[in-house]
Write a protein that binds this ligand. Structure first.
Ligand code: DCP
Ligand code: MG
Length: 448
């Protein structure tokens, strides 16, 4: 038994090391840049309100809310994002606390995106203020570091926003490098130097080491990345499973993941064609609630917010009507359900049999951890996080609003498309991408 275990370990150990040697040899000549805007929401707010310059600033969702972004002046007092505003105020009483302006953040993020897209062929927009750029091959012509430096200067000049970058052979090391030099700075980690660069840092700096993993590693006496580098990979696997292997690889400066070309998702929607046309208003409302809950869960899973909600109905004679409204950015079920119900009530006035109903969210934006910039409170965030955790663990239909319970869209899988639903003939889910591609899950070709 012990012998078998050792054979397995040895094979595992060898596999990981062989993997690493291959990826290091193949990938060490890549030139990957990670760019991240400095205290993004605060910097945009300062552009719009210069009186905030040089003051400690916190962007957040009101007295009972949490910190969305904070200036570097406030960070010296221990303030950080996702901290309750009340606690932040205690730590830094002189901080100016402002409400966010998501439209402004979204348009400034688009400006930076546009500059990068004009100047480089391959880049990934990984969040509202973060970009990975693959400069591999460009050094023969320009020198990648010089090119990245000029790109950074151009962004600063044209948008007025401070931005930092890290450059190395892979995404993980570049991201850690960016965080190390911030704010308003840049650095390069040469190929072959990755392990030395990471070694003295806290393991908390490795992307994917969150609060819980950090506490666990600390309880094992692991504080610095160097310790992980010296640990056998199977020990990390024993303690943390697959994640342990990933953390071990990242700690050793190994990350073969490619820069994924950027496709903006413009909308997400779902619709239901009934088995039998219906006039049962209550039933339709409950189905709309179930649909909204599902889409909201997906918004939050993808860390997105929507600013436009639409409802569609099709009468039995195929007359189709759509109504939409602009709303403050959110991914909260309770907010969106309210709008969906209102739209349905305005839309459904002919008292004819209905053949299809649908819900669509558009004007999507990457929203970090926010779920509603203007209403976020610790209680709401905790509630949604707890519900989403249960859904991820036990299945999407395991927790629902009472009204939607009897209409669970059980077969509905927003990630891979069509499946039979107990409430209707077919469910169709659509992801509309900015470049015009439509990923759709069913044969019906009408968009809402
Ligand atoms: N954000 C948010 N909620 C969080 C974290 C971030 O809404 N819990 C938003 C506000 C940030 C923006 O996303 O300004 C970018 O997130 P970053 O993690 O890049 O943080 P900052 O840009 O504010 O600071 P840094 O200078 O460390 O990048
Ligand atoms: Mg940032």
């Amino acid at each position: 038994m012990i012998f078998l275990k050792r054979v397995r370990y040895n094979r595992l150990y060898c596999n990981h090391y062989i993997d690493c040697i291959i990826s290091m040899a193949q990938l060490s000549d890549r030139q990957i840049v990670h760019m991240d805007l400095d205290c993004f929401f605060v910097s945009v707010s300062r552009l719009l309100h210069p009186e905030l310059n040089n003051k400690p600033v916190i962007v957040g969702g009101g007295e009972r809310g949490v910190v969305a972004a904070c200036s570097y002046e406030t960070r010296r007092y221990g303030v950080h994002s996702a901290m309750p505003i009340r606690q932040a105020k205690r730590l830094c009483p002189e901080a100016v606390i402002i409400r966010g302006d998501y439209d402004a953040y979204s348009s400034h993020s688009d400006m930076v995106n546009e500059i990068i897209s004009e100047k480089v062929p391959l880049y990934e927009r990984s969040s509202i203020d973060e970009f990975y750029i693959d400069f591999t091959g460009m050094d023969r012509f320009f020198g990648s570091y010089k090119f990245a430096t000029e790109l950074r200067q151009c962004i600063i000049r044209e948008t007025g926003l401070p931005i930092s970058f890290g450059m190395s052979a892979n995404k993980t090391v570049s991201k850690v490098a960016t965080d190390e030099v911030k704010p308003n700075n840049q650095m390069k980690v040469d190929s072959g130097e990755e392990k030395f660069f990471l070694a003295p840092l806290s393991v908390r700096k490795i992307p994917m080491v969150g609060e819980k993993t950090y506490t666990l590693l600390r309880s094992m006496g692991v504080e610095k990345v160097k310790t992980v580098q010296e640990m056998p990979v199977e020990l990390m696997e024993n303690v943390l499973g697959e994640n342990g292997v990933s953390i071990w690889k990242k700690s050793n400066g190994i990350d073969p993941s490619p820069v994924e070309p950027y496709h903006e998702q413009k909308s997400m929607s779902t619709e239901e064609t009934f088995e039998q046309d219906t006039i049962d208003v209550q039933r339709m409302k409950h189905i709309l609630i179930a649909m909204t809950e599902k889409l909201c869960f997906r918004l939050r899973s993808e860390r997105k917010l929507t600013a436009c909600v639409a409802v569609k109905i099709r009468y039995s004679n195929f007359d189709t009507h759509t109504m939409q409204c602009r709303i403050p950015y959110t991914s909260c079920d309770h907010t969106l359900i309210k709008y969906v119900k209102e739209l349905f009530e305005k839309l459904f006035h002919r008292r004819l049999l209905i053949r299809l109903i649908g819900v669509k969210f558009s004007h999507l934006i990457g929203g970090g951890h926010q779920i509603n910039l203007f209403e976020d409170s610790e209680e709401i965030i905790n509630l949604y996080q707890a519900m989403d955790k249960m859904r991820l663990r036990y299945g999407e239909d395991k927790i629902q609003r009472a009204a939607a319970l009897s209409f669970s869209l059980r077969g509905f899988n927003p990630f891979n498309g069509l499946s039979k639903s107990p409430v209707g003939k077919q469910t169709r889910d659509t992801l509309l991408l900015a470049d015009g591609d439509v990923k759709t899950s069913a044969p019906d070709n009408t968009e809402i």
